[in-house]
Design a protein around this ligand. Sequence first.
Ligand code: ZN
Length: 416
Amino acid sequence: MTGAPFDRAGIERYQLEHLRAVVGRARRGSPFYARRLSGRPEGFPATMEDFFGLEPTLPSDLASNPTNFMAVSQDEIARVVTLRTSGTAGEGKRLFFAEEDIAATIEIFRVGMATFLPHGGRALVLLPGERPGSIGDLLVRAVAPERECALHSPLDGRTALEHVAEIGAQCLVGMPAQVLSLARGPDFRLGGGLSQVLLCADYAAPSLVSAIERAWGCAVRRHYGLTETLYGGALECEERAGLHVMEGNYLFEVLDPRTLAPMPEGEFGEVALTTLRATGTPLLRYRTGDRGRFIPGACRCGSILRRLEITGRMSNGIQIGVEFIPMHELDEALFGVPWLGDYAVATDGDRPVFALHAPARAAGSPEPAAGELSDLKAALDRLPQRAKSALEKAPPSFRFRTKEHDGVTSVKRVAR
Ligand SMILES: [Zn+2]
C-alpha cells in the first residue's frame, strides 16, 4: 500500500476511495455489475455500510457467464485464466486480467517475498510457471532483479530437492502436501540449506507446518490467495499468528454463510472479498467458499493490517451419516503421523476410505502393516469428539497408493 497513510482510519479512507473507484469501473464495464448496481446512486457507496448492503457475488454467477464480468475491452486483456469447476452449470469460470492486474500482483509478490527472502537470496518455486502471467512466472518476475528465483516443474517432485541443493536455495515455494512429501521423503536432507518455506494454493494445517519446520529447521509461512484475484490475498508474518490481509488491494469480509450477515470479529464464517484495484475482472463481495475468521487484536509484528485465519474450503470434507467431518480437522490429525506425505479420502457407502502416500515407504503391500495402522488410529483419536464418534460407527479403511508418486498433490484438494 505504497503512499497510504498507516493507521486504521487511513486504511479505511483509502479502501472507501478505492471501493468507489472499482464500483464505478465495474458498473461502466461489466454487464453483470451494471445490472446489479442499476438502482444505486452515482458515487455509490457513500459508506462501507452502504457497500455491505450490496448482494454478494456467487462463484456460480461468474461461472454461468464469465464475459459478463469483464470490465475492459478484449484488446486490454493480457491473460485469461480458465478454472475447472466441480459443478456442471455454466461454461466454467474464466477470469480476464489486464496488464494493470498483472503489475499489481507482481508488486504484491515483490513486497511479500522481500519480508523473508534477503537481498541476493535464492528461491525455488514448485508451481506452474511456463505461461506468462501464471503464478510461477509472476513470482519469478516479482523477485528479480534483487533476488533470484528458479522454477521447477511441480510434476517433477523427485528432483526438486536436488535442484534446491544445486542452486543453494534458501527458500522453497510450493503447495503444502507437496512440500511435506519432500520433507518426509528419502532425500529430505538435500533441503538442509532451506531457511524459509512458503506454502500456498491450499490449506496448510498446523501439524503439517510444524513437520516441515522440524525436518529442515526452517521457518514456514502461509499465503492465501485465489485465482480470481490473480493469486493475491493475505500472507503470514514472522509471528505466525494469522495472515495479514493485503488491504491496499482487497477488502475482506467474514459472513454468516446462512444469513450473509457479518460474523462478529473472531468467529468463523465464509470469507468474501472485493478486489479494490482490479481492472479486468472486478469482483464485489465475492463469496470464496472458504472458511475463515478475523483474528481480534494487534499483531506482535507491529503491522496494523488485519489478520485472517483460513481453514480451507467449507465444502471440503466427508459426510458420515449426519456428521460432516471437515478436511481441515482430518488434515490436522493425520499430518501428525510422522511418515505421511499426503492422502485423499472418499466415502464408500457410509465408510471413509483413505488413500495414503508415504514418500519414504518401501514398495510393498498396499495394506498398512500393524504399526502403520496403529499410527493412523492414534491420529484419528485426536479428532474432535463428534468426529471420533462418527468414525466409531463407520470404521475407515486405509490403503497405500502403489503407483510411483511424484509429489503431486492429491485430487481431494480442489484446484482453485
Ligand atoms: Zn504480524
